[in-house]
Design a protein around this ligand. Structure first.
Ligand SMILES: [Zn+2]
Length: 309
């Protein structure tokens, strides 16, 4: 395990986020118009990527000026002395037809597909940019007084001039857990995406306020499956930019085995054998589909199935 942890998709951002530099408004303003700085562009929260190299497309200030892009730049960080930013663009500035003429492998791509296509480090930058851009779009007004807020510190703060409140980008913690009982593990199918693809995954849910990770795991498993747990162990975490979550991956031992499912949230909850899970991880099971490698659930299951926990 590296310093970045398990190395999940969306988690290996190589940029130095420039905590000291971003406090210098003048420096950030100057760098956002510097010809050496680099910019990723987002259109309706989709990122411009090169599908042939599986990398983000970085543009210069000059290239943005040619298309009259002047929306506020979000400062992402520094790499090899170069300042990196994200900027929002419009359909008029970057129409698809013109884009394909520039380079046939350029595409504006949604963040989930970015996670599947991009090289690992670029997926981390994409997550940071998408989470922050989405937050700025949704939090333009002060939640204390309703006045319009202004971006500061290169995007890490929105400040209200009227009541002097600083607002910070949010990150929502979500626990996700593989519960096991000897050679069986508990997987569920929630309404929505999992149901539509007939996939079973680890149980998951938002942490409540004033709750420890262990308590959140016990509560969610009880709510969704009616199962008691013990020995909750942390495994790894993954930023999940849909829209701004951090997935906290755990394993837990079952302290009871009779399922009592929450029928409002779940369409099915079942015990699966290690054998079935091993087949599903290799895509060879007829009865079970599990999440793909992009998701932390895949790795929680894999490490349990191969007895690496
Ligand atoms: Zn205010």
């Amino acid at each position: 395990m590296s310093v970045q942890g398990y190395g999940h998709v969306f988690s290996r951002n190589p940029l130095n986020r420039g905590e000291v530099e971003r406090r210098d408004e003048e420096l950030i303003n100057q760098k956002s118009s510097d010809q050496n700085s680099l910019f990723i562009v987002m259109r309706d929260l989709n990122l411009l990527i090169d599908t042939s190299s599986s990398k983000l497309v970085w543009l210069t200030r000059e290239e943005l000026d040619q298309k009259d892009v002047n929306s506020p730049s979000i400062f992402l960080g520094i790499l090899d002395g170069i300042y990196h930013f994200a900027v929002s663009v419009t359909q008029d500035q970057f129409p698809d037809q013109q884009l394909l003429k520039t380079n046939p492998s350029y595409r504006f791509t949604d963040i989930r597909t970015c996670g599947e296509l991009l090289q690992s480090e670029d997926s981390g930058i994409a997550a940071q940019a998408r989470i922050q851009m989405n937050w700025h779009d949704k939090y333009a007004y002060c939640s204390s007084c309703g006045y319009k807020t202004e971006m500061k510190r290169g995007g890490q703060v929105r400040h209200c001039d009227k009541c002097s409140t600083d607002h910070f980008p949010r990150t929502d913690p979500v626990i996700i857990v593989v519960v096991y009982d000897g050679d069986k593990c508990l997987l569920g199918q929630s309404q929505g995406r999992l149901r539509s693809t007939n996939t079973y995954s680890a149980l998951a849910g938002f942490m409540d306020q004033g709750e420890s990770i262990e308590e959140a795991v016990a509560r969610e498993v009880m709510e969704e499956a009616g199962i008691e747990v013990k020995n909750v162990k942390y495994h790894s975490s993954q930023p999940w930019p849909l829209p701004y979550s951090i997935m906290i991956g755990c394993h837990a031992e079952a302290a009871s085995t009779n399922i009592n499912m929450d029928t409002e949230e779940m369409t099915d909850v079942k015990w699966f054998t290690r054998e079935e899970v091993l087949l599903a991880l290799e895509g060879k099971s007829e009865n079970l589909r599990v999440p793909m490698k992009i998701a932390i659930a895949h790795h929680l299951l894999k490490d349990w199935a191969y007895q690496n926990i």
